[in-house]
Write a protein that binds this ligand. Structure first.
Ligand code: HAM
Length: 421
């Protein structure tokens, strides 16, 4: 039996959902453009090495969640589990750092793939909108990226965003912290889960990602990154915090935040939102500063900062926040015709309205007047225009405001002029 079922962890979006997703995406893009970012498009598949190297061999993403395969030419390929690595690869492949002013400011929107256990707000194919600023030295850029994230969330309708922030410091601070973690976990590691045993050897920081109930207490009592930051790292973190204070951006310092990808250094952050009904989908967006990614994929040493939002999480929460204003299909005009001759005329009339950049629909399946009115209402048309033979002969058509029920008879030209207003 052939299988035509949707794949686990995938979804179809249509009507209001699809419209709202596009509305969110348009708003996010416009905020990024306002901040001086330009779009970048990169492939959804890349060599598996790129992701292994960037996300880190010990990360859950690489060890458990990659959609990897061998193509017909024997290459090891993966669907991207996130977009940052591909953007860095594109910047290096195209030497953008040599041909454009630094910092490069790129934004992107597109699907990512992770073989995770599907649950609320967790899919195997999902969409990310993100920004990356490459060639950063100043902590102002770290702060600007975070502020962009908060502004964008406000713009799409999130009024009370929770911004969690932490610093994982520079390499030297993290090395110290790693040593402290190894020492702390040493007496427990033999009785901890197999993942933790592996992480202990490869990257003890990843032990902090452990969700196994028996390990949680040991993990929560582990040393905190904040206590291992050297003076330089502390100073950089304080600079970012004071810029956020200056711009009145509220945040919570969360010293357990280390993020699930290996490339970060210095400031890391997550955006959260808990709805009035208590819905919490985890992070709606996350990111941080990273120092080595461009170099690791073959380019020069350029520090960067960026974040990505999960579009599906934003969309489901926005539906809860404000169902009233959740996107609905709307039309400026809906055209109703009565009879074959009128149909021909109405067909061109609709075309003329649309040529004026107005939203207009017509059902060309010879519906009755009663059925047409119902469709016009369901499509949230502002006006209904009725076309019959008499109307054509007199060049006067009934234009009805479907909200107020007011009705006027106008010529075709006057109708178009009125709709444009
Ligand atoms: P991430 O935290 O792995 O970071 O993902 C960013 C966001 O993508 C999450 O906060 C979440 O909203 C969404 N997301 C992740 N996994 C799923 C899923 N399975 N289903 C639905 N949504 C999901 C990154 O990907 C980094 N590249 C962010 C970044 C950019 N850091 C620096 N620049």
């Amino acid at each position: 039996m052939p299988n035509y079922q949707p794949q686990r962890g995938t979804y179809d979006a249509y009507y209001e959902d699809a419209l709202n997703i596009e509305k969110i995406e348009d708003s996010l893009k416009s905020v990024a453009l306002n901040y001086g970012y330009t779009p970048i498009h990169t492939p959804i598949y890349e060599s598996t090495d790129l992701f292994t190297r960037s996300a880190g061999e010990s990360s859950d993403i690489v060890t458990k969640e990659m959609f990897d395969f061998t193509d017909k030419g024997g290459r090891n390929i993966s669907l991207r589990p996130e977009v940052t690595a591909g953007v860095m690869r594109a910047i290096v492949s195209n030497k953008l750092y040599a041909t454009h002013d630094l910092p490069l400011k790129q934004f992107y929107l597109g699907p990512a793939f992770r073989y995770e256990r599907p649950s609320a707000g967790r899919y195997r194919q999902f969409n990310q909108f993100g920004v990356e600023t490459v060639g950063v030295t100043s902590s102002y850029e770290d702060a600007e990226t975070i502020i962009l994230g908060v502004d964008a969330l406000h713009k799409i309708g999130f009024k009370k965003v929770i911004l969690k922030i932490n610093s994982i410091g520079d390499q030297a601070s993290r090395d110290n912290y790693r040593t402290a973690l190894k020492e702390y976990f040493k007496p427990y590691i033999d009785e901890m889960c197999p993942d933790c045993k592996r992480r202990y050897e490869v990257n003890p920081l990843r032990i902090l990602d452990c969700k196994v109930p028996e390990d949680i207490e040991k993990v929560s009592n582990a040393p905190k990154m904040g206590d291992y930051l050297n003076e330089e790292s502390k100073a950089r973190f304080n600079e970012v915090l004071s810029l956020l204070d200056k711009e009145k951006i509220e945040y919570v310092i969360d010293n357990t935040l280390v993020r699930g990808l290996d490339y970060y250094s210095h400031v890391v952050f997550e955006f959260h939102y808990i709805s009035d009904n208590g819905t919490n989908l985890g992070a709606i967006g996350a990111g941080g500063h990273y120092d080595n990614l461009v170099h690791e994929v073959g380019g020069p040493e350029l520090s960067s900062v960026g974040f990505a939002f999960g579009i599906e999480r934003l969309n489901s929460l926005l539906k809860e926040i404000d169902l009233e204003n959740y996107a609905r299909p709307t039309l400026d005009a809906y055209i109703v015709y009565l009879g074959e001759k009128a149909k021909d005329f109405a067909f061109s009339f609709a075309h003329d309205i649309r040529k004026n950049n107005l939203k207009c629909d017509i059902n060309l399946e010879d519906k009755s007047m009663k059925a047409s009115i119902k469709i016009a209402l369901r499509k949230n048309a502002k006006y209904m225009i009725v076309i019959g033979e008499d109307e054509i002969n007199n060049n006067l058509y009934q234009m009805k405001n479907l909200l107020t029920q007011e009705q006027v008879a106008l010529s075709k030209e006057d109708i178009i002029a009125a709709l444009k207003k």
